[in-house]
Write a protein that binds this ligand. Sequence first.
Ligand code: GRF
Length: 191
Amino acid sequence: MKKIAIFISGRGSNMKAIMEQCQHGILKGIAEPVLVFSNKVDATGLDYAKSQGIETACIESLGLKRAEFDRQVVDLLAGYKIDFIVLAGYMRILSPVLVQAYPKRIINIHPADTTQHQGLHGYEWAWENKLPETKITVHYVDEGLDTGSIIAQGTVDLRGAENLDEIERRGLAVEHKLYSETLKMILLGTR
Ligand code: GRF
């Protein structure tokens, strides 16, 4: 069983989906969430994690230099013997301090094809460009902004979607499924 830390900054719907799969789904016996970490004290996802009896930790990143903050994160994680860090709506670019401490062991989900669109507002980008479909990307994390190697992608059919909410709703449904499926392959070493 691999120990994972899930990193969030906000509502944490991907975190919730992963935790459910760990409890009674495809990640049962494969992944054990030992920590939910946030860089925002008011991340609402922390409440859900606590309600599930998962340990939570927060270091407020506001005002700290990237490397200084990540050094504190690495020190915090050292106590947990984490195998993988799973970023789930974690709104912060990682510095080499953190990336090099967990080489090929930090994973992210991005709401667009990272070869086409990096950074924020992936669903807005799909909506504004009237794309008939978009791709969700699960990738390894390096020091760039959504530049790490791609592990898996899932297609979201956007035809007939009438507004941004609908785009996001369809996209998140794919995210929630794709992330756990991909994590399973990574953790089992089949990907
Ligand atoms: C998701 O769209 C994810 O792809 C992106 O940030 C959003 C986080 O949503 N990285 P949630 O906090 O998991 O609900």
